[in-house]
Design a protein around this ligand. Structure first.
Ligand SMILES: C[S@@+](CC[C@H](N)C(=O)[O-])C[C@H]1O[C@@H](n2cnc3c(N)ncnc32)[C@H](O)[C@@H]1O
Length: 664
């Protein structure tokens, strides 16, 4: 293929990828955020024949970086590499788009993605004839340093590594330490001494900073296994890194042992001593949280304790198992023992979340973030792979629970993620189980939370989902029995009229809900469909409903049409019209056989565990004169969402939502 046709095909490919691109940018060698233009002298392509197509082998291009690129609208859209195709003597163009999250404009972030002098392999590109298309940062794999740097003596490489580390350039430092290790790797490990120990320990620290937790633990273990004198400080440092790595991998029991053992090594500056002591305290908190689901929310609700630092807490996996539902809903999460309303079932840090609501393309950014997280950590990769099957849209396999749990005592030795990540599978996981959670600023951040994503939906939920910062908490919103399935309402509010709400469900989540309430409403749509507000997808157009005769007429009409139904069925239909019924409760009309207490019960049974229900119940409490029975229901709803908290925290929560004080 000649160069002109390649360029044409390349343009088509770019437009297919939705990347608007000008001719000027294609061959420009303008530095990207201060990075040097690409040096392609080392470019090298291996190809193999598969049938008639020429495909490229797993790791195809080695080049010095950096590429030319542009940052339109503060967004790094693409990087281009023009390289000689070794086999065809033609040109090959490499297109890496959205390699950084679209909101990333910082030079240091770009540089850490494309550090000068590092040797890069671009893995697993799609290949359209001679054109390679690399669509994710997982494809960028750092092999080491440029050849000219690699030939330097060990001491110099080590010094450079330490220099980069001190500057906070951990990717480069890791590359230098890896080169050091390559120098002595040929020797028998029994000959290793203090230098080797120090190099492994330093690389462990870098990998920790880069989020490569399993690899950091492996390096720290290697450092700790090297015997020899004079290594107390290195030993302590290695134990400290190992403890931090284990903690990030939710192995808090092992982490605590390492950190306490680091403390026993002594001989450290006072400041470091304090830092280590506070990490030990923090680790004890994580251990308690991960074992007992015991989370103190007071720092986030009490004004005098309010902290600006994001919530840091461990994951928690409650008395749960994953099983097939056997009714077409795929897998679900089930209880292994009885629980009470408010009991914590899951606490989950995100596998990945898009940090800025101002993102230009949050969905794609989420893929980028997930891929990065999976490249860094085997645990996360396993969590993701558990959520989406290799091929089919239908998920059949029951995942191993170990990657979701804490304190399993196991850490993957060699991250499989370094061998490649299946981006298509990651996209499937994002489509299937990704969702937005309300961040601390109130805006919704798209993200992916392990295990929470395996909970099925119901329009009669029995669990609540609440987030503080990035952490999602799932609690029992009713007293539940062993064997019950945990069910969340994906849409807020669950108390909404059927038609519009369920259509929104299909639009947003791409499935038709098969819960009993939906089945009932579907079969009665011909009877109820023309009721005012029935097609409303806003659900609870709210307390804005005017208290007048029209509302009363709607409610009288509903009551007429549901006459032949069972009490349970009537309540499900009424639940879709809670605002109308609340208004009617204010009017106290004898034609409607529903009073405040009954309406509260309907709300609690049908929509427990949502902020919407909480606010409706608060409204009813107010209009019914804050009787102890109604206040009890209100208190239950606070517990369903936030768990059993101290009276001060409950008070702060009720103030936050402007609901009546629960101090009776
Ligand atoms: C977030 S996933 C839940 C876990 C999923 N069951 C699995 O096996 O991976 C959401 C998917 O589960 C199924 N699902 C969940 N709740 C459902 C419901 N109420 N009715 C029908 N399908 C449901 C749908 O296929 C939906 O796309």
């Amino acid at each position: 293929m000649d160069k002109a046709s390649l360029m044409r095909a390349f343009k088509v490919m770019c437009s297919e990828a939705g990347a608007a691109m000008s001719d000027k940018c294609k061959l420009s060698a303008a530095p990207l955020l201060g990075l040097k233009p690409l040096d392609i002298r080392e470019a090298h392509i291996r190809s193999q024949q598969l049938g008639k197509e020429i495909c490229y082998d797993g790791r195809v291009i080695h080049a010095n970086i950096c590429a030319s690129a542009r940052v339109p609208n503060s967004r790094l859209l693409l990087c281009l590499v023009e390289a000689d195709d070794a086999d065809n003597a033609g040109a090959a163009f490499l297109h890496v788009f959205n390699a950084l999250a679209s909101t990333c404009t910082r030079q240091d972030a770009a540089q850490s993605m494309f550090p000068t002098d590092a040797r890069l392999a671009i893995k697993e590109p799609l290949c359209y004839r001679s054109i390679m298309h690399v669509s994710s940062p997982a494809s960028l794999h750092f092999l080491g340093l440029a050849k000219r740097l690699r030939r330097r003596p060990l001491e110099e490489l080590r010094r450079e590594g330490s220099r980069f580390m001190a500057k906070g350039s951990f990717l480069m430092a890791e590359l230098y330490f890896t080169e050091c290790i390559d120098v002595f790797a040929a020797r028998d490990a029994s000959t290793y001494g203090p230098v080797e120990k120090d190099v492994f320990s330093s690389r462990a620290e870098c990998r920790l900073k880069l989020g490569k937790f399993e690899e950091a633990v492996a390096d720290a273990d290697m450092a700790l296994s090297i015997s020899g004198d004079g290594g107390i400080a290195v030993r302590r440092r290695s134990l400290w890194s190992k403890g931090r790595g284990l903690s990030a991998l939710q192995e808090h029991q092992l982490a605590l042992e390492c950190l306490e053992s680091a403390m026993k090594q002594g001989d450290e500056e006072e400041e470091e001593e304090q830092a280590l002591a506070s990490e030990i305290d923090q680790c004890k908190v994580f251990l308690r949280q991960s074992q007992h689901g015991d989370y103190d929310l007071s720092p986030y609700f009490l004004p005098n304790k309010a902290s600006d630092t994001p919530l840091q807490c461990s994951d928690y996996f409650g008395p749960l198992e994953i099983k097939h539902t056997h009714d077409g809903r795929g897998r679900g999460i089930f209880l292994t023992r009885d629980v009470q309303l408010g009991d914590l079932l899951l606490a989950c840090n995100p596998i990945a979340a898009v940090s800025s609501a101002a993102s230009h393309d949050a969905d794609e950014d989420l893929v980028v973030e997930i891929v990065k997280a999976c490249v860094e950590s085997e645990r996360r990769l396993e969590q993701i792979y558990a959520m989406a099957d290799r091929e089919a849209a239908e998920v059949t396999a029951l995942p191993d629970l170990a990657p979701f749990k804490c304190n399993t005592g196991k850490v993957a030795a060699t991250p499989r993620s370094s061998r490649g990540v299946d981006v298509a599978r990651i996209r499937r996981a994002r489509d299937r189980v990704g969702y937005s959670s309300q961040g601390s600023g109130g805006s919704y951040v798209p993200g992916l939370w392990a295990s929470v994503g395996l909970i099925n939906h119901s329009c009669i939920p029995n669990a609540s989902k609440m987030s503080i910062g990035d952490v999602v908490f799932v609690r029992a919103a009713k007293d539940l029995k062993a064997g019950d399935e945990v069910l969340l309402s994906y849409l807020e509010p669950p108390l909404a009229p059927y038609a519009g709400y369920r259509e929104k469900m299909i639009q947003q989540y791409n499935f038709e809900c098969s819960c009993e309430r939906c089945k009932l409403e579907r079969s009665h749509r011909h009877v109820l469909g023309d009721l005012p507000g029935y097609e409303d997808d806003r659900g609870g157009s709210g307390l804005a409903i005017k208290v007048d005769d029209d509302v009363m007429d709607v409610v009288v009409e509903i009551e007429k049409r549901i006459k032949g139904m069972s009490e349970q069925e009537k309540d499900w239909i009424r639940a879709g019209f809670v605002d109308h019924y609340s208004a009617v409760c204010m009017l106290r009309d004898p034609r409607v056989p529903i009073d405040c207490e009954q309406l509260l019960r309907i709300m609690r049974e049908t929509g427990s565990g949502s902020k919407h229900t909480l606010s409706r119940i608060a409204f009813l409490c107010n209009i019914s004169g804050r009787k102890p029975e109604t206040m009890k229901v209100l208190y239950e709803q606070v517990t369903a969402l936030y768990g059993r908290q101290s009276p001060e925290v409950v008070d702060a929560i009720t103030r936050k939502y402007r609901i009546p004080s629960l101090n009776m």
